[in-house]
Design a binder for this molecule. Structure first.
Ligand code: TXA
Ligand code: MG
Length: 328
């Protein structure tokens, strides 16, 4: 009797599978589905339906002032949902499908809840083949933030999604480990300049040939583009980032876990370590970052010491994530 009661009360866990048609069916019925993308997994719902979108905020525990990215099937489709300036068209010809998100003026068809009441909507064409097939099946775009509880580390596998949100959704479309492993770069256009609102998997160097590039520094309050919230992407274990040898010296009395690019230091108080790229490749480091942070978060160390990356290529975005993981 007691057993049966426990069974009835326990929340069902999401099914993990590769059935794109089933995912499409659930989305048409206004359910949430976690979807694979080349950057990180997304928690998706019909972007044109306010009730479906509201479920995303509830499942993630996401503040409703933080707007969502709308995933569309092609660069051409963006025009259905927003005014697309010429510079965005040029960028999209080069970077979409891919890890670049454009903040553009929304059309009426996009509900206010998607943009947190704002006039601009963030649009992206994902490159993952399963995400693209899914969008082809649907006659609406997908609003999808990263599929993790608000403020925690983004998921790069179906198992990560199940870990954080497994009891909050029905289906996780399994597309393997995200190849890039770092969220898209979010840009807005200001006076023909590309303003980077969030550093990500399209680097400032890649954007520079198209126009002047400015990087907006994030704020503690998170108004405007709340993705700039200072504390974000955070493990449960305290994390500090900086020069690894200095950090080891400062924290020599604690049980430390270290996250480094390639050159593993030695110290008796290191209880776990993750090398992001033995060949010092920042693209590989980005791919490994979130999984490595999760593993270090589970070893029971007093603190995670993270090495700051060189300021080039993916190094900017990795340092941004480390900085926010360390903010409290
Ligand atoms: O790679 C990605 O971008 C992943 C995958 C699933 O596409 N998505 C993702 O979503 O990282 P999310 O919600 O975790 O981050 C979206 C970022 C946030 O920083 C948010 O504030 C910003 O984009 N954003 C969304 N809509 C915006 C808007 N209308 N204006 C300014 N910033 C916006
Ligand atoms: Mg996120």
């Amino acid at each position: 009797m007691t057993r049966r009661l426990e069974c009835t009360l326990s929340t069902p866990m999401a099914v993990i599978g590769k059935d794109i048609l089933h995912a499409a069916e659930l989305l048409r019925a206004n359910h949430l589905v976690a979807i694979p993308t080349e950057t990180v997994y997304g928690l998706a719902a019909n972007a044109l339906d306010s009730k479906a979108v509201l479920k995303i905020y509830e499942a993630k525990g996401r503040p409703q002032f933080n707007p969502l990215i709308v995933h569309v099937k092609s660069a051409h489709e963006m025009k259905k949902y927003a005014d697309v300036p010429p510079l965005v068209e040029r960028l999209a010809a080069k970077f979409s499908p891919g890890p670049l998100t454009y903040v553009v003026r929304k059309k009426k068809i996009i509900p206010d809840i998607v943009t947190a009441g704002g006039e601009s909507v963030a649009l992206r064409v994902p490159a993952h083949p399963m995400a693209r097939q899914l969008l082809e099946e649907l006659d609406f775009p997908l609003a999808a933030p990263s599929a993790n509880p608000s403020g925690t580390i983004s998921p790069v596998s179906a198992a990560h999604v199940a870990d954080g949100l497994g009891d909050k959704l029905e289906y996780i479309l399994d597309g393997g480990v995200s190849t890039l492993g770092l969220e898209s770069t979010v840009v807005a256009i200001e006076d023909d300049t590309i303003l980077i609102l969030r550093l990500g998997a399209t680097t400032p160097e890649m954007l520079a040939p198209f126009a002047g590039v400015k990087i907006q520094t994030h704020t503690a309050t998170g108004t405007g583009s709340p993705g700039r919230l200072k504390s974000h992407y955070a493990p449960k274990t305290r994390l500090v980032a900086g020069d690894i040898r200095t950090l080891l010296e400062v924290h020599r009395a604690e049980r430390v876990a270290v996250l480094i690019l390639w050159d593993l230091p030695r110290a008796p108080n290191i209880v776990a370590a993750e090398v992001l790229s033995a060949k010092r490749d920042l693209t590989e480091a980005a791919h490994n970052l979130f999984s490595a942070m999760r593993r270090l978060d589970s070893v029971g160390a007093d603190i995670i010491l993270a090495e700051r990356m060189p300021e080039e290529g993916f190094g900017f975005a990795i340092n941004d994530r480390l900085e926010r993981a360390s903010a409290t």
